[in-house]
Design a protein. Structure first.
Length: 412
């Protein structure tokens, strides 16, 4: 099978681009011929993918100046960055069409981005199109509306209004563009249902394939009995729908354990949402904010942690959940976190989204469960086994290949 891949530059910097590099590698190892069509902004890292048979890159440079006025404000940087990306993608798609005429592709596979941009204008001349989103604007918009009281406490009026308008416009474009795709890869069944409900996608076009993780970067540490405090990690963008307010509330509820527990918050604001100000109300005797951290340091923090908390109100997958489990950490997640699906409940404790009482209870029970060094070691091994079973690149690559071949063979 010959596939034209469109997406962000696959790198080892973490997040979506890192997941993309895992997918590209996995598909290439399975014998799929991939031409990766990417838009690169000035200063972006080179693709971090080893040269492999059947894998090549076609790059288009984005016209962008990081010192210009439009790159200084996060929201304008995001909106105008999307516009610049769309323009560069027009040239990239023209090159894709030329390659398709010379030697036809079986499929166009667009990773991370739901908007089709130039791909939509040429859909009639392209093979079946598959999109693989990690989030959708309708979901972000829903929680931006529902959390307006939180937003007022943390964000300036201009940022709130601009983000609302941007999300509304993107949701409309994404819903329109879904008429042109033959298949949608959803990283969780929960997210797949939201796409069906919000964008009217037919159920038989949605295929559930979780995100892969790097089992070498995220691995078990040599675990020895440690002195308190136990380290509860919250690794996330400090933004809408991530549950920052619940972590702040939890820091006060655990004050009786202030000598035994530390909540470590790692992350930065999103480009269009900034909830960092909410941390000003946290209990400083329990919560410590580290800010953003580079990928290798984050991996080390997970190996040294006790558990990871992911109380999001909307989370299509949640890479930090799978990475924590691969590092031997049990996780406490809300029941809407996609990465919590199909995980052994002993390793992954679910609580109702938005329920701080349930979150506190789950934390206290988990702390008792891991209080013994032997129990902690056995749980770490169990968590690692679950991560390997569900999200190893080979496992995910096989599922993704099956979905792509199904769409390519359907002739839709």
């Amino acid at each position: 099978m010959r596939v034209a891949w469109i997406g962000p530059v696959p790198t080892r910097m973490g997040g979506v681009s890192f997941a993309g590099s895992q997918l590209v590698r996995a598909l290439s190892r399975r014998g799929i011929e991939l031409d990766c069509h990417v838009v690169r902004f000035p200063g972006e890292l080179e693709p971090d993918v080893d040269p492999e048979a059947g894998l090549s890159f076609v790059e288009e440079a984005a016209k962008w100046d990081w010192d210009a006025w439009y790159a200084r404000h996060p929201l304008s940087r995001f909106v105008l960055g999307q516009t610049v990306r769309a323009r560069a993608q027009s040239t990239l798609v023209a090159r894709l069409l030329e390659a398709h005429r010379e030697r036809p592709y079986d499929l166009v596979y667009q990773f991370s981005q739901l908007e089709l941009f130039a791909v939509r204008r040429h859909a009639g001349r392209l093979p079946p199109i598959v999109v693989h989103p990690e989030v959708h604007a309708a979901g972000e918009l829903r929680w931006h509306r529902r959390e307006k009281a939180l937003s007022r406490r943390a964000e300036a009026l201009l940022l709130r209004l601009g983000a609302r308008a941007m999300l509304h416009a993107r949701a409309r474009v994404q819903r329109r563009d879904m008429r042109f795709v033959s298949g949608v890869i959803a990283p969780s069944a929960t997210f797949g249902e939201l796409l069906i409900e919000d964008y009217g996608i037919e159920r038989d076009r949605v295929h559930v394939v979780p995100n892969p993780i790097d089992l070498d970067r995220f691995h078990l540490a040599q675990r020895h009995p440690r002195e308190p405090p136990a380290k509860l990690l919250f690794v996330s963008r400090l933004a809408v729908r991530k549950g920052v307010d619940q972590i702040v509330a939890l820091s006060h509820r655990l004050d009786d354990l202030r000598d035994e527990v530390e909540i470590t918050v790692v992350g930065d604001a999103a480009q269009w949402s900034d909830y960092r100000a909410l941390l000003d109300d946290a209990n400083p005797r329990v919560l410590r904010y580290l800010g953003p951290r580079p990928p290798e340091e984050l991996a080390a923090l997970m190996r040294a942690g006790t558990a990871l908390l992911a109380p999001s109100r909307y989370e299509p997958f949640g890479l930090t959940v799978s990475e924590a489990l691969a590092s031997g950490l049990p996780v406490i997640v809300s029941d809407v976190v996609g990465a919590g699906e199909r995980v052994d409940p002993h390793c992954c404790r679910e609580v109702p989204a938005g329920d701080v009482n349930a979150l506190e209870g789950a934390v206290r029970r988990l702390l008792k469960d891991v209080s013994q060094a032997g129990d902690r070691h056995l749980m770490a091994e169990r968590c690692r086994a679950e991560a390997t079973r569900l999200w190893s690149p080979d496992v995910v690559g096989a599922r993704l290949e099956g979905a792509l071949r199904f769409v390519a063979g359907s002739g839709r």
